[in-house]
Design a protein around this ligand. Structure first.
Ligand code: KG4
Ligand code: ZN
Length: 353
C-alpha cells in the first residue's frame, strides 16, 4: 500500500510517500520539504497567517516533486494522510483541505495523524530503528514530553512541561542574546566556544518527584545575567552564557529521561523533535544511557524537524495494525490542541481496507 503524507502544522511544508511491506517497517520512497524559516525570520517568530498562505503556495509543487522522485503517478496513492493536529489552526486546515480534495478526486480514503505521533515514530525510518516498548522524549518548539510507548497508538504520558517547551527556552534565550530566529541551532553553535559552568543557572524541577518540566524560569535567569553583563557583554561572555544555558536545559532533559527509564523499567529511549538535533543533548544522553545499559535511538538528522515522511510513516504503521481511522466523507477537521494520549488506539469499528 502507498501512503502520501502531508505536514503543514507550523512552518514547514512537507510531502512524502511511503510503501508498506507486510509487517516490516514501511519504506520511504520520496520526500519533499520547504522550510519557511526565511519567511518568518524578519518577524522573530512564526506569523500564522503568513504560514498558512505559504503552505497553500508550496503544497502542490512539493507533491509533484515527491511523486516524480518516487516515479509514481497520482493513481498509485492508496491513502492520503495529513497532520490533523496539534499546531496552528489555519496552517493545519491547508494540509487537511489539500488532503481531502486529493482524496475525493482520487476516490481514496484520508487519514488524520497526530503530529507528535509522527515525531516519535520517525526513528523507525533510521538505519538503527528501535523496537517497542520504549520511552520517548519529545522535544520540539511547542512540546516537551516523556511518553511510554508500547506500540503504535499505545501512548502513556509520563510527564510534560508545565510552561515553556525546551525548544522555546532555546529560542527565547537565543533571542535575548541577539541571535536570529529560530535561535536553538544558533545558540548551540555559539555554545561550542563557551564554558558550560561560567554562569549559575537554575535547573527547574530537576529533583521534583514527577517527570514534569519547567523552562520559563530559565528564560528570566538568562535575562538577569545578560543585564548584569551590561550593553556590550562581548563575544566570549555571550558564548559562555550560551553554553551555560544549553547545559541547564540538557541537564534537566537527560536527568528526567533517565528517571523515566528507571520508573518504567524499559531500556530503550527514543528522542524526537527539533531539539533532538542538539549535539550536546545527544552526547550526554548517549553517555548516561550507556552507563545503564540502555540504548538511545534518534531519527535521521533531516527527520528531526517537521517533515512529511513522519506523517506518512505514522499512517502506514497504523494501517499495518488495523488501527487507522480512515475517512471517505472528506469532512476534514483539525485539532489545533490535541493531547497525544487521546489519539491512542483504534476507534471502534474502524479498520484498514
Ligand atoms: O520539531 P520542530 O521542528 O518544530 C516543532 O514542532 O516545534 O522543533 C523546532 C525547535 C525550535 O525551537 C528550534 O530552535 C529547535 O527545535 N532546534 C534546536 C536545534 N535544532 C532545532 N534546539 C537546540 N539545538 C539544536 N541543534
Ligand atoms: Zn514538530
Amino acid at each position: 500500500m502507498i501512503v502520501l503524507g502531508i505536514e503543514t502544522s507550523c512552518d514547514e511544508t512537507g510531502v512524502a510517500l511511503v510503501r508498506t511491506q507486510g509487517d516490516a517497517v514501511p519504506v520511504l520512497l520520496a520526500q519533499a520539504l520547504h522550510s519557511q524559516i526565511d519567511l518568518h525570520r524578519a518577524y522573530g517568530g512564526v506569523v500564522p497567517e503568513l504560514a498558512s498562505r505559504d503552505h497553500i503556495r508550496r503544497l502542490l509543487p512539493l507533491a509533484r516533486t515527491a511523486l516524480a522522485d518516487a516515479g509514481l503517478g497520482l493513481d498509485a496513492i492508496d491513502v492520503v494522510a495529513y497532520t490533523r493536529g496539534p499546531g496552528l489552526a489555519g496552517a493545519l486546515l491547508v494540509g487537511a483541505g489539500f488532503a481531502c480534495a486529493l482524496g475525493a478526486a482520487l476516490a481514496r480514503p484520508v487519514l488524520g495523524i497526530h503530529h507528535l505521533e509522527g515525531h516519535l515514530l520517525s526513528p523507525f525510518l533510521s538505519r538503527d530503528p528501535p523496537a517497542f516498548a520504549f520511552v520517548a522524549l519529545l522535544v520540539s518548539g511547542g512540546h516537551t514530553q516523556l511518553m511510554r510507548v508500547d506500540d503504535v497508538g499505545r501512548y502513556e504520558l509520563l510527564g510534560e512541561t508545565i510552561d515553556d517547551a525546551a525548544g522555546e527556552a532555546f529560542d527565547k534565550a537565543a533571542k535575548m542574546m541577539g541571535l536570529a530566529y529560530p535561535g536553538g541551532p544558533l545558540l548551540a553553535r555559539l555554545a561550542e566556544g563557551g564554558r558550560r559552568d561560567a554562569f549559575k543557572l537554575p535547573r527547574p524541577l530537576l529533583h521534583s518527584a514527577n517527570l514534569d518540566f519547567s523552562f520559563a524560569g530559565l528564560k528570566t535567569a538568562v535575562m538577569i545575567q545578560l543585564r548584569k553583563c551590561g550593553d556590550d557583554p562581548g563575544e566570549q561572555v555571550k558564548a559562555d552564557l550560551a553554553a551555560s544555558t544549553q547545559q541547564a536545559i540538557v541537564d534537566v532533559l537527560v536527568h528526567k529521561s533517565i528517571v523515566a527509564l528507571e520508573a518504567t523499567g524499559l531500556d530503550r529511549l527514543v528522542v524526537a523533535g527539533g531539539v533532538g538535533a542538539n549535539a550536546r543533548l545527544r552526547e550526554q544522553l548517549n553517555l548516561r544511557c550507556a552507563e545503564r545499559g540502555a540504548r538511545v535511538h534518534y531519527p535521521e538528522f533531516e527527520l528531526c524537524t517537521d517533515n512529511g515522511a513522519m506523517i506518512a510513516l505514522a499512517a502506514a504503521m497504523r494501517l499495518q495494525r488495523g488501527i487507522a481511522e480512515l475517512r471517505t466523507d472528506y469532512g476534514f477537521d483539525v485539532r489545533p490542541r490535541w493531547p497525544l494520549a487521546s489519539a491512542s488506539g483504534a476507534l471502534p469499528g474502524v479498520t484498514a481496507p
